[in-house]
Design a protein around this ligand. Structure first.
Ligand SMILES: NC(=O)C1=CN([C@@H]2O[C@H](COP(=O)(O)OP(=O)(O)OC[C@H]3O[C@@H](n4cnc5c(N)ncnc54)[C@H](O)[C@@H]3O)[C@@H](O)[C@H]2O)C=CC1
Ligand SMILES: CC(C)CC(=O)C(=O)O
Ligand SMILES: [Mg+2]
Length: 360
């Protein structure tokens, strides 16, 4: 029997609530595929600050490195917002991405047919959206030097450095072109090359890499225009490749094309099969502990894990189809409900998905 090691990092807020649901789905897949998943649990973010005195305990890095894949909830919350910068939960998530070399963050945004009317945008604008944001994940302004100081004229001052080296851009560009080759062979590279030197370097590397993928129709777009185009005419996009912060922002925006941020899964990859899988959303402090969170983003992240890290493509597809079937039946958590009175909770949504998956 094949077996896989999974590091499970529930995190904070709704993180543990949605990870618990994804694990229920994986338990069904174990039976159906005759495979075994071995779990090791680690702390990250706020809960790790409280328990271990650091947002990124060494134990969590070790179990993640030893695993075939990592399943993560989300980290952070108001409890730790006033902490000094090295003791913030977000240092944990950035640190683990860096420690595991996860430079490519894939964020697919697909609007299921029955969900087009749920989006805050017009149905005809979002129906049929199927795009992939490929976000550079271990470079850029989130990782550059940060400083806080009093300047010579006595003013409180802060700086964040946006730094990219050519090889960092080259590898994410190749990843994105490869993905475009397997999709509709259209790629838009998003930058701010009219202002930022780092974007001008980005653009020149994209141009070079594009020569190796002559079949891919590619173009450049400035990030402010892209933010607008995503809500004006999102179906023009197939693959979007962009740097870390732009990708973070644009993918939250893209999630609303699908109905809710609670729908968007992600895979963070390096060069091999190893990956970290997490919903794109955060810890949702406003609904944490209430049993209201939509578990679909995390369940679909587990499906991506089966596909990209374990090669269990059919199992991944069955999960995706089960999610779509449940949505087609009108089953809704409150974030995607047209009628909130009829919305169900986190666990009930999973039960519905499990029922389709098992046929029971
Ligand atoms: N990867 C990670 O660990 C991330 C962590 N965060 C952290 O999360 C905390 C909260 O950040 P926010 O800006 O509020 O973003 P958020 O994504 O946690 O929440 C934004 C809004 O979306 C809703 N929402 C998010 N996920 C949902 C789900 N599964 N079902 C239903 N509704 C959902 C929330 O209720 C909230 O109204 C912060 O500490 C932030 O740093 C934010 C993004 C990613
Ligand atoms: C919490 C941040 C560091 C990251 C983020 O918002 C994201 O990866 O989506
Ligand atoms: Mg984000």
């Amino acid at each position: 029997m094949k077996s896989f090691n999974i590091a499970v990092i529930p995190g904070d807020g709704i993180g543990p609530e949605v990870v618990e649901e994804a694990l229920k789905v994986l338990a069904v897949i174990e039976e159906q595929e005759n495979v075994k998943f071995h779990y090791q649990y680690g702390r990250l973010g706020g809960c790790a600050i409280d328990e271990d005195g650091t947002p990124l305990p060494e134990h969590t890095v070790q179990i993640s490195k030893a695993a075939d894949a990592v399943l993560l909830g989300a980290v952070g919350g108001p409890k730790w917002d006033q902490n000094p910068s090295h003791l913030r939960p977000e240092v944990g998530i950035l640190g683990i991405r860096k420690a595991l070399g996860l430079y490519a963050n894939l964020r697919p945004a697909i609007t299921y047919e029955c969900m087009a009317k749920v989006s805050s945008l017009k149905e005809e604008v979002v129906a049929g959206v199927d795009l992939m944001v490929v976000r550079e994940l271990t470079g850029g302004i989130y990782f550059g030097d940060k400083k806080r100081f009093t300047s010579e004229d006595g003013k409180e001052t802060a700086t964040d450095t946006l730094i990219y080296q050519e090889d960092e851009i080259d590898r994410i560009a190749r990843k994105a072109f490869e993905i475009a080759m397997k999709r509709n062979k259209r790629l838009v590279s998003v930058d701010k090359a009219n202002v930022l030197e780092s974007s001008r370097l980005w653009r020149s590397i994209i141009e070079k890499v594009a020569k190796d993928y002559p079949e891919v129709e590619y173009s450049h777009m400035l990030v402010d225009n892209c933010a607008m185009q995503l809500v004006r005419a999102p179906k023009q996009f197939d693959v979007i490749v962009t740097e870390n912060m732009f990708g973070d922002i644009l993918s939250d925006e893209a999630s609303m094309l699908t109905g809710s941020i609670g729908m968007l899964a992600s895979a963070s990859l390096s060069d091999g099969n190893f990956g970290l899988y997490e919903p794109i959303h955060g810890t949702a402090p406003d609904i944490a502990g209430k049993g209201l969170a939509n578990p679909i983003a995390t369940i679909l992240s587990a499906a991506l894990m089966l596909r990209y890290s374990f090669g269990l493509d059919q199992a991944a597809q069955r999960i995706e189809e089960a999610v779509e079937t449940v949505l087609n039946r009108g089953v809704r958590t409150s974030d995607i409900a047209e009628d909130r009175e009829k919305a169900i909770g986190t666990k009930e949504m999973t039960e519905q998905i499990l029922s389709v998956l098992t046929g029971k």
